[in-house]
Design a protein around this ligand. Structure first.
Ligand SMILES: [Zn+2]
Length: 234
């Protein structure tokens, strides 16, 4: 693994649900915003189907607020929700159009998203259908956004996307040293209080995130790291 180059100023991180970025990526975001970079969050859904026993209308409102607080902890104030239906996100042209529209407006150089692998690891559980749809659509929308003849109604093309980085994959190529920002990443996940309470089991964000980042750090040569697979777009 190589360190992710940090000679850029503008990133957009796109995931399916409130909390997806907080399961690791937020520690890297804290490092980048600490360097003065601008990072925006885009959520395909409001996570309204994410808490058992709680009405989706109420859950959606709660989780939007939790996501905004989580983002603020790591220096992110731009948080957008695309309002696709939680649990029912489809890979397809409507999602690609929505994402291309966002990329053309925000003009990122770097795009971050989540794993679209079928499973977590080789014999782990099946990755959520929403994650698979969003991760793959993000990569395709990077190309869509740069092509003036694709979705011409979505504004002038964005030609500045250099790389997309996909988190939590089985075959990482790059890492971010988050040793100095682990605490911020953990505090960011802790903001998802209603969600964590709704899990109905003991869950310690500190232990969970340190275990993963510590293991990744062993391969990266630092105490804590977050790993990504890079897809060059330039
Ligand atoms: Zn999710």
């Amino acid at each position: 693994m190589q360190p992710i180059p940090e000679d850029w100023t503008r990133a957009v991180a796109v995931v399916a649900h409130p909390d997806d970025l907080e399961y690791g990526v937020a520690s890297a975001v804290a490092r980048w915003t600490g360097q003065g970079k601008r990072v925006a969050y885009v959520l395909a859904t409001r996570g309204e189907a994410g808490i058992a026993g709680m009405d989706p209308g109420r859950t959606g409102l709660l989780r939007v607020e939790e996501e905004r607080r989580s983002a603020a902890v790591v220096g992110v104030s731009e948080v957008e929700f695309l309002s696709h239906e939680d649990g029912l996100v489809e890979y397809g042209l409507p999602l690609r159009r929505d994402l291309a529209t966002v990329f053309r407006r925000l003009q990122p150089e770097v795009v971050i998203t989540q794993s679209f692998d079928l499973t977590w690891g080789e014999d782990g559980p099946v990755n959520h259908a929403d994650h698979r749809a969003v991760g793959l659509a993000v990569l395709d929308a990077c190309r869509d956004a740069a092509n003036e003849w694709v979705f011409p109604e979505a504004g002038p093309p964005s030609t500045g996307i250099r790389d997309a980085y996909v988190a939590a994959v089985a075959n990482p190529t790059h890492f971010v040293d988050v040793t100095a920002t682990m605490d911020a990443g953990i505090a960011s996940l802790r903001e998802h209080r209603a969600y964590i309470d709704g899990l109905g089991r003991e869950f310690d964000p500190d232990e969970f995130l340190r275990n993963i980042a510590g293991y990744t750090g062993l391969g990266a040569g630092c105490e804590y790291a977050v790993a990504f697979h890079r897809y060059p777009m330039g």
